[in-house]
Design a protein around this ligand. Sequence first.
Ligand code: MLT
Length: 410
Amino acid sequence: MALINDNYLKLKAGYLFPEIGRRVKAFCDANPQAPVIRLGIGDVTEPLPPAIVAALHAAVDEMASRDTFRGYGPEQGYDFLREAIAANDYAARGAGVTADEIFVSDGSKCDTGNILDIFGRGNVIAVTDPVYPVYVDTNVMAGNTGDADDAGRYAGLEYLPATAENDFTPALPSRKVDLIYLCYPNNPTGTVATRDTLQRWVDYARQNGAVILFDAAYEAYITDPSIPHSIYEIDGAREVAIEFRSFSKTAGFTGTRCAFTVVPKDLTGTTAGGERQAIHPLWNRRQSTKFNGVPYIVQRAAAAAYSADGKRQVREIIDFYLANAALLRQGLEQVGIKVYGGVNAPYVWLKTPGSTTSWDFFDQLLGKAHLVGTPGSGFGASGEGYFRLSAFNSRANVEEAVKRIQRQLG
Ligand code: MLT
């Protein structure tokens, strides 16, 4: 008898975005003429920048010739990309990360889930609430939680509410935790963490022997110069933090797939016997065993994001999406909706009008304005009464979305 992983049966409904996709499909099937605009899942819409396309083409040509063809690459990523990341994303910001601490991968979603492979059972896990659902669901799958209650909170997880009442800055955990998921700029709220806030987290982790799993997939959207882009800009973070980054939302790689995870050599955890153990070799072992690297052509394309042209073109795309976010913010504010985020992030987080629940607002917006967003409660119980709009779309669609929202809510 083949036993299944019973933990999967604890998962609530479908994963959030497929569930939204299912509802939108049902609506479109019933209303085939409705001109639906999708501001739900944060999926980029603008084409790859020319410098990246040129690098991709050149790499394809290399693969077409016996002399330059490549088979398996290093599981950790090619040096040309790891070195470009270390120089541009870290050294340039005064954050000491060496190329061999960088593990190139096919996505931050995968890495934030897979990272649990190298941590033991019995860790107490803290997540902010609302939260990117992958952190919670992968802990459920791994058996790190009990069952969910009616609000969707899983027993055993330490939820740290982030709402307008605390300015979206969750308090430190009230009990000792071992793993802490932080995402800044935050998905879904679009808010950021100051240097002081991050220092408090790093100090907490150092005092409690905890590890911070820091998701910085949206760091390129930071416009406020006082906000750190990397956790390694914070004193002591190399001893306690793993950082996840992605080319998805910066260089437009949601379909091309390239990301990286930083595991500093100073980072340690504890064995069941109570001894300190470096974590870097564990992730290296995990990746070498279960992963065969990102395609050469994709890594060449990612490296082109660090060329002079690539940097300029990537910046233009980010500024384009940020201008979309500003339009959404203004449009919502003009009809009296309270909005958060959208200044240092591609997500606008809004308070639903009156006592409308997140899913009711989703249904109203889809049914009447033919607009798709993401219900806040899908990101956690503390997201109830909030709603997320993504700035990833064409300018024409965002302008049209603003008009429709104003017509419906004005
Ligand atoms: C989101 O909409 O939250 C993101 O697109 C999800 C992701 O990056 O996996």
